[in-house]
Design a protein around this ligand. Structure first.
Ligand SMILES: Nc1ncnc2c1ncn2[C@@H]1O[C@H](COP(=O)(O)OP(=O)(O)OP(=O)(O)O)[C@@H](O)[C@H]1O
Ligand SMILES: [Mg+2]
Length: 222
């Protein structure tokens, strides 16, 4: 089943008084269960495309179907709901809240979903177990290594059981040994739960995990 389909997606940004077209008609189709990496030079539009796929940014032209929903046609509220239910995000910089512990960071999205506390804890514990951090549940991010912080952010991304996970340079701040541990974890989640992964990367290692490597150049896919 096709989980992502983009047709002729275009996006321009205004810088000073000029518009620059950053995505120039992207066509992309990804099937459920794929582990896809997106590579390309800095500035080629990788993060812009990922943000658009995740509904974090509107498009100027084109169609985006995710799980058969035209996300480019959703209102902001509908989009927020759609993201919460179906998409998990992982970022290079982890984006954890520094004052919260592992378990509190992981259960955060469930607070917004109105899940009662006891149930939140149970679900968060299960996700933390999946990422192998059960002995660090009460530590704050500053007390964790980079790889551990990324595991927390992965557990948080998994909390709503998303079908699609979008990762922007998830190993960008990690050494190669830790990168491999994190990629092993992502691949295991991909295999075990048939979650679809789209991973933007500059790292050669990621491509070894991908079933498909997509190249971006100057706002287009090759
Ligand atoms: N909000 C914005 N406003 C104006 N220009 C932007 C904005 N976001 C991105 N751009 C520009 O769009 C281009 C593509 O940016 P993008 O972040 O998608 O690149 P990238 O391929 O992810 O690069 P990198 O590998 O360095 O992360 C860049 O020239 C960038 O300056
Ligand atoms: Mg980027």
């Amino acid at each position: 089943m096709e989980i992502v389909k983009c047709t002729e997606v275009r996006k321009k940004f205004k810088i000073a008084d000029d518009y620059f077209e950053i995505l120039k008609g992207v066509n992309l189709s990804i099937n459920e269960g794929e582990f896809v990496s997106i590579i390309g030079e800095s500035g080629s539009g990788k993060s812009t495309l990922l943000n658009i796929l995740g509904g974090l940014m509107p498009v100027d032209n084109g169609e985006i179907l995710i799980l058969n929903e035209r996300v480019d046609e959703l209102s902001e509220n509908e989009l927020a709901l759609f993201r919460k239910e179906h998409i998990g995000f992982i970022f290079q910089s982890y984006n954890l809240l520094p004052q919260l512990t592992t378990i509190e960071n992981v259960e955060m999205p469930l607070i917004f979903s109105g899940v009662p506390k006891a149930k939140r804890r149970t679900i968060a514990m299960e996700m933390i177990e999946r990422v192998g951090l059960i002995d660090r549940i009460n530590n704050k991010p500053s007390e964790l290594s980079g790889g551990q912080q990324q595991r927390v952010s992965i557990a948080r991304a998994l909390i709503n059981n998303p079908k699609l996970i979008l990762a922007d340079e998830p190993t960008g701040n990690l050494d190669s040994k830790t990168s491999i541990e994190i990629l092993d974890l992502l691949k295991e989640l991909n295999d075990t739960y048939n979650m679809t992964f789209i991973v933007v990367t500059h790292s050669q290692i990621v491509n070894e995990y991908a079933n498909r490597v997509i190249k971006m150049k100057d706002g287009l896919i090759y």
